[in-house]
Structure formats: C-alpha cells, structure tokens
Write a protein that binds this ligand. Structure first.
Ligand SMILES: [Mg+2]
Length: 170
C-alpha cells in the first residue's frame, strides 16, 4: 500500500552504489542528499573517503551532484572543494528543485539516480520524478529536529518494503 514510497534499492551506505551498478542501469548521474546520507548534519565537508568515492565515480563517467532541502550555506560549503553542482532549499518531495537540478545538469530523469536517507523526501521525489531511488541507511542515529518525527513512519514503511521483497531491515 506504500508502493509509491518504496525505494528501487535499499543499501547500507552510498559506497555500495558503484559505477558498474549505475552503468548496468543506464545511469550516468548520481544525485545525493547530504544530511545523514553522506555525513551527519554537523559535519560540514566531505570526508576523505567520500572525496575518493566522488573521484572514482567521476573517473568512471558518473556525474556527481547534490539536492538538499537545507539552506544555501550547507550545500555551498559542502560542495565547494570538489565543485559539485547543487540545488539548495530543494523542497523535496516537491519536484521543482529536482527539475531545477536536472535542467542545470542537462540530464533526463531516466539517466539519473538519487541517493538519500529519507523516504518522505529523497525516495519520494525520485519516484515522482522518474529518477531511480536508492534508500541509504542513515549514517548517524542523530537526526535534526525537523527529521526526527518522520522516522517512526519511515521505519514502518521500510519494514513493509523489506517483508515484501524479502530483504533485511538495515
Ligand atoms: Mg537526509
């Protein structure tokens, strides 16, 4: 009954999204949520491990970008060093921010995937836009105040999803 909220894939971390996997799906662009997908909300810049991962993606022909609901400063600081294109205050799960990003990148939804830790923002906007959705286990158990209340219902949906597809709840 929650099918429209189900991710296409559910993974323990972004590092499980490899260039090989994306290529097999016909995807050449990976769109990331920042908070609790890549880093906890209090970490301002990518870790060395993430920098290496972004570089590997790029070397393999995968464009890297960011779609964040946070204010500009968050994306600006996070994306600066690696010059990652971003759209801030994206209004996920609204599709306007996603459309702005795709236009900026010159990409069609079918060649993109989104990776995020939240069903009600990241997965939903992906599914609504025709962008392949990866649900990623949150990197920290600590959420921002705005996110915390949505978690119990998200967990319920994840449990339904895992039961239906015979997957393990992460
Ligand atoms: Mg997030």
């Amino acid at each position: 009954m929650f099918e429209f909220l189900y991710p296409r894939e559910y993974l323990p971390s972004v590092f499980h999204i490899t260039p090989q996997k994306l290529r097999a799906l016909g995807i050449n662009t990976l769109i990331f949520d920042i908070d609790n997908t890549l880093v906890p909300y209090w970490i301002k810049v990518p870790t060395p491990e993430l920098e290496e991962y972004f570089t590997t993606l790029r070397e393999n022909g995968i464009a890297v970008s960011v779609l964040s609901n946070s204010r500009e400063e968050r994306s600006k600081v996070f994306c600066a060093k690696m010059q990652i294109p971003y759209v801030y205050r994206a209004g996920k799960p609204g599709v306007k921010g996603m459309e702005r990003l795709l236009e900026k990148l010159g990409k069609k939804p079918s060649e993109c995937a989104i990776a995020g830790d939240q069903i009600f923002t990241d997965v939903w906007v992906g599914n609504r836009s025709g962008v392949y959705s990866f649900l990623i286990k949150q990197v920290s158990p600590k959420d921002e105040l705005i996110t915390a209340p949505k978690r119990p219902l998200e967990r319920l949906i994840v449990r339904h999803y895992c039961k239906k597809f015979n997957k393990e709840v992460l």
